[in-house]
Design a protein around this ligand. Structure first.
Ligand code: GLY
Length: 369
């Protein structure tokens, strides 16, 4: 194969598909080199849109996350209109319970909507919380999307819009001087005017940038059939090292471990035990809920835990990777800002904080030295 397109997106995860759809809707010719779609980071997620519950301190990162959270309603509506599918976007709010043995410092972003609920108030807010919970922070503007449904919706939107999705994997980005000349794939060579690297945790296999995998194990249960309601949990519960994300159809997603074990695959007894123990402490009723699934994924982490967005050392290669814990949340803003950059050469000032050059010292020869 030796084909040509205007923009070639290397990477078939949530970021690659989100950007492809945005570019196509703005009239560009775009192709996705999707790879084998093996356990993308979208799987190591429960779809929380949680800049506040994640306690991201006031910073360009918080601004980026808040912008993206604000884009979500219109973004998913557009995708649902294109496809006729549902993304499971739900303004459920996120409750961060605090247990006896924890502190409950006020969130740093005091101008954002966050309410402290004491022991009585939190139990009125959500029935069935664990007895060790003494109160908690309520973030009404944090929300959630069904990350797997969102991914399917993006794939379907790409198909409906006529975006070519190539299932092969990138093997090498062919570079000469300050330009990318093509991408060697498992099935031949691809060429484009411009390229986007969106290969998440696998980015370092193609380019010397500091992105490494951080494994997340997850599991799901479902509300028993004899329960009086489809879903007794009406908000996300966000604890320390544990979160519980209810879906409106009765499933409940429990996540996630955070492990520096490279690309070691599989669920482990220790991982499952820590998730189940943490979840039952927050919401004891779960102990009787039928188990549905176990899975894992690899978050694309960077040394400062911020994404790498924008220009690279090669004038026709754009970077969109390293979203770590916030890839689902940041998908719409990443698509918007990178499409502005690629198609209009518009550089949003916010992108400066996410430039690859902040890692220049560790980039060595890949930085053009
Ligand atoms: N966004 C939550 C996680 O990465 O576990």
């Amino acid at each position: 194969m030796n084909s040509s397109t205007d923009i070639l997106i290397i990477g078939g995860g949530i970021i690659g598909f989100s950007l492809a759809v945005e570019l196509k809707l703005r009239g560009a010719s775009v192709t996705i080199l999707a790879g084998e779609l093996q356990q993308p980071a979208a799987r190591a997620a429960a779809g929380m849109l949680a800049p506040q519950a994640e306690r991201i301190p006031p910073s360009p990162m918080l601004d980026l996350c808040l912008q993206s959270r604000a884009l979500y309603p219109a973004w998913v509506e557009q995708l649902e209109d294109i496809t006729g599918l549902q993304t499971g976007y739900w303004r459920s709010g996120i409750l961060a319970p605090v247990c006896q043995d924890q502190d409950y410092e006020k969130p740093e972003s005091s101008n954002l909507n966050a309410q402290w609920l004491d022991g009585d108030a939190i139990r009125q807010h959500q029935i069935g919380l664990g007895e060790k919970i003494i109160g908690g922070w309520w973030y009404p503007e944090d929300s959630q999307v069904d990350n797997c449904a969102l991914f399917r919706t993006l794939q379907t939107a790409s198909k409906k819009l006529g975006i070519e999705v190539i299932p092969d994997s990138a093997v090498e980005i062919i570079r000469q001087g300050n330009r990318v000349l093509g991408v060697k794939t498992t099935a031949g060579k691809l060429q484009a005017d411009r390229y986007v690297l969106a290969t998440g945790a696998w980015s370092k296999q193609l380019l010397d940038i500091p992105v490494f995998p951080r494994k997340g194990q997850m599991l799901s249960v479902c509300v028993p059939e004899d329960c009086a309601v489809t879903q007794p949990l009406q908000m996300v519960l966000f604890g320390t090292g544990i979160y519980i994300v209810p879906r409106q159809d009765g499933r409940i997603i429990i996540g996630a471990t955070s492990e520096n074990v490279g690309f070691t695959a599989g669920n482990t007894p220790a991982g499952m035990q820590s998730l189940l123990a943490g979840a039952m402490k927050l919401y004891p009723e779960l102990q009787n809920y039928p188990l549905l699934e176990f899975w894992w994924g690899f978050r694309p982490a960077t040394p400062d835990e911020f994404p790498i967005l924008g220009a690279s050392a090669w004038e026709n290669l754009i970077l969109g990777t390293g979203h770590y814990r916030n890839g689902i949340l940041l998908a719409p803003v990443t698509a918007k800002l990178l499409a502005d950059l690629i198609l209009e050469r518009k550089l949003d000032p916010l992108l400066a904080a996410f430039d690859y050059s902040r890692f220049a010292e560790s980039l060595g020869v890949e930085n053009g030295e």
